[in-house]
Design a protein around this ligand. Structure first.
Ligand code: NAG
Ligand code: NAG
Ligand code: NAG
Ligand code: NAG
Ligand code: NAG
Ligand code: NAG
Length: 352
């Protein structure tokens, strides 16, 4: 009798410790029971663009971003002009509008980094949103080829078309399907079920902002959302700036202002959007997530206490010379050609 009780209590203890060991979901035990669509997440704008280049929107690698708590990546797939599309896994690159401006190499390489990170972080759910510069859509099978080459297919989560009620983080983590993918062009869920058409599930606020007072909580894309009351939304909160190059204005990210753009300005817009749309932004898309208080702000929106206020890995790298201080934007001189290409692309409305 006594031994049965003791065994029972031992089992209970074991069970409790196992459960509590698994209980943090995206860093917080309180988020395990919350559906994916009700959680606010920092998404990095052009996540792959962190090389020393004035067009770069970030300061650190995708792995560092994920280590620091970023859970959404905005990527843009581009076929370099001198390459054929016969081998999508190797030929599709991550580029800032044009590969002459900023080329982060084959998409497969960055995706492999995401795969390694997911493997070593089993309680995390990550979102990738694909952007299609120049309205160039890739085929669903191109995405499959890239994800397969990167070892990501086992992680891909599929949400049925038109179902806006998502599972909880714990459900996704337990199923092992914890990579959610959206694309703004080229999805066909009847061919590739996990490649979700972004605008069936998500709308976005305007992205083309040049100062903090121009951020608004209106629906910019898609033009006619099917279900604006229930869709998730991206709150775009980054600024384009202007660099004067021999009398020509070149548009580049405003790194020097990011500490302010990503602080009170970010939480103020989140509150305005909460008022406008009746719910918190799902995805807060920012440049230079390591500046300002981006991760504290989403923790507040998620009603959890930010547990790692001290030193983002990205800023530790910055202080040792590799990463993203506010002053490093011009530390490497970009080629005149890349700046001109950026300016022309922007004037044509291509830069996103
Ligand atoms: C805090 O962030 C650092 C850098 O990203 C990371 O290495 C560390 O594990 C984090 N600590 C906690 C408690 O989350
Ligand atoms: C395409 O052009 C880039 C930049 O000039 C060059 O580095 C690369 O080797 C070229 N690729 C091919 C397949 O020619
Ligand atoms: C939508 O998906 C959720 C989460 O997987 C599921 O619980 C729900 O039953 C689905 N709703 C419909 C109408 O299929
Ligand atoms: C901010 O941007 C808006 C829209 O681009 C513009 O109308 C306004 O004049 C700008 N305000 C300042 C203070 O520069
Ligand atoms: C942003 O950085 C600048 C220059 O380092 C500083 O003057 C300013 O006070 C900072 N702003 C915020 C909101 O931290
Ligand atoms: C945080 O609390 C607010 C207000 O009660 C609620 O609307 C929101 O859904 C909560 N968010 C999470 C992630 O639990």
């Amino acid at each position: 009798m006594f031994s049965t009780l003791a065994l029972g209590s031992l089992l209970t203890t074991l069970l409790a410790s196992t459960v509590s060991g698994q209980q943090a979901c995206n860093g917080y035990s309180q988020l395990c029971s919350v559906p994916y669509h009700q959680i606010s997440t920092i998404v990095t704008h052009n996540s792959y663009g962190y090389a020393a280049n004035p067009a770069a929107n970030q300061a650190c690698s995708v792995s560092t971003q994920l280590d620091d708590g970023v859970r959404g990546l905005k990527l843009s797939a581009v076929l370099p002009a001198n390459v054929s599309d016969t081998d999508p896994a190797n030929n599709i690159h991550l580029c800032h509008t044009s590969c002459t401006i900023l080329d982060a190499g084959p998409a497969k390489d960055t995706l492999s980094e995401v795969g390694s990170w997911l493997k070593s972080n089993p309680n995390e759910v990550v979102t990738i949103m694909w952007n299609s510069p120049n309205n160039k859509a890739f085929k669903p099978s191109d995405f499959t080829a890239m994800y397969q080459a990167a070892g990501l297919l086992d992680y891909t989560y599929t949400q049925p078309v038109d179902n806006l009620t998502w599972p909880t983080l714990q459900e996704m983590i337990s199923s092992g399907k914890r990579l959610v993918t959206f694309t703004d062009l080229g999805a066909d869920q009847s061919q590739v079920p996990w490649l979700h058409s972004e605008f069936n599930y998500i709308f976005e606020t305007p992205y083309d902002n040049s100062n903090e007072s121009s951020f608004t909580c209106t629906i910019d894309r898609p033009s006619n959302p099917s279900n604006p009351e229930s869709m998730m939304y991206v709150m775009n909160h980054f600024l384009y700036g202007s660099l004067n190059l021999g009398g020509t204005a070149i548009e580049i990210p405003q790194k020097g202002k990011a500490n302010s753009t990503n602080a009170a300005s970010l939480s103020t817009q989140a509150q305005e959007c909460q008022t406008a749309f009746g719910r918190h932004p799902t995805f807060l898309e920012v440049d230079f997530y390591n500046l300002g208080n981006t991760l504290q702000i989403v923790a507040q929106l998620n009603n959890v206490t930010y547990n790692n206020n001290t030193a983002l890995k990205c800023n530790q790298q910055a202080s040792s010379g590799n990463g993203g201080s506010t002053s490093s934007a011009t530390s490497t001189t970009p080629s005149l050609a890349s700046l001109m290409a950026l300016g022309v692309a922007f004037l044509w409305g291509f830069v996103v």
